[in-house]
Write a protein that binds this ligand. Structure first.
Ligand SMILES: C[S@@+](CC[C@H](N)C(=O)[O-])C[C@H]1O[C@@H](n2cnc3c(N)ncnc32)[C@H](O)[C@@H]1O
Length: 255
């Protein structure tokens, strides 16, 4: 049995730990100012105190994100639910696949089908096709997955190619709302008639504001996604809310 552990993007934790350590050191320096005299005391306090508070705050932010998204892998049951009616020979596209977390989960439920993951491989997560392949190897699904560069604004596949398209916490990363609509219609284009699209997004709501304060603006409300879907080429869609540490919206469209 393979004892290695997959890496599903925990590399981002390095940044949070680094920033928390800076915050902690800042706090120690601030405490040290109690033993020295002005004006040095006031200068150090004014310079270091904001750094200490910011560092500790950003470090603390990681806790809700980690528990909602990374550790519990909350979407596992959703995929099981979606895939229960599948034959096992489906062609699946996972957009914004990153380290392959969603792709690999789905591949585990397929018999002869395949999952293609595309991503622009940007950002702090440190993801790459190599990491995704490494994870697939460890999880025993290397023969069922393919990972490659691809932008969701212009999906590099022909029309009617996939039975299922998945997006695990990806759509909010397309910052322009018009572009979000382009992405939804691109997904619709590459789906076979009757094919399904599943998107999972953290929902911006009171719970998220309490956890992340102004960082909550990065995410969107459930109402926002429902309005967007209603403007897209998806004529059939539904949404659900799953409560983990945070609220997650599951949006399912059918072509
Ligand atoms: C929060 S990560 C989620 C990764 C993965 N789906 C998961 O659940 O672990 C969002 C991913 O979307 C990718 N992404 C952002 N904009 C993209 C675009 N225009 N085309 C393809 N991928 C994109 C990022 O590179 C990143 O890997």
């Amino acid at each position: 049995m393979n004892s290695e552990k997959p890496n599903y993007g925990y590399t981002a934790i390095k940044y949070f730990i680094g920033i928390s350590i800076v915050g902690l050191i800042g706090l120690i320096v601030v405490m040290f100012t109690f033993f020295i005299e002005d004006p040095l005391k006031s200068i150090i306090f004014m310079l270091i105190f904001p750094i200490a508070i910011t560092g500790l705050y950003i470090g603390a932010l990681y806790i809700p994100l980690y528990h909602s998204i990374l550790r519990t892998n909350p979407i596992k049951d959703v995929w099981k639910h979606i895939l229960k009616d599948f034959r096992g020979d489906e062609q699946v596209l996972d957009i914004g696949c990153g380290t392959g977390r969603v792709s690999i989960n789905i591949a585990k439920h397929l018999v002869s089908g395949n999952v293609v993951g595309i991503d622009i491989y940007s950002g702090v997560s440190g993801s790459s096709p190599d990491t995704a392949y490494y994870n697939a190897e460890i999880e025993g699904v290397r023969d069922k997955v393919e990972f490659k560069y691809g932008n969701v604004l212009d999906i590099p596949f022909p029309d009617n190619a996939f039975d299922l398209v998945t997006a695990g916490s990806v759509l909010h990363e397309i910052h322009d709302d018009k572009e979000k609509l382009i992405v939804l219609n691109e997904i619709h284009r590459v789906l076979k008639p009757g094919g399904k699209f599943v998107s999972i997004e953290i929902l911006r709501d009171v719970r998220l504001y309490l956890a992340l304060l102004y960082f909550a603006f990065v995410w969107k409300t459930k109402n926002f996604w429902e309005t967007l879907l209603s403007k897209s080429n998806f004529k059939k869609w539904q949404s659900e809310t799953h409560t983990q540490f945070l609220n997650l919206g599951i949006f399912i469209g059918q072509k």
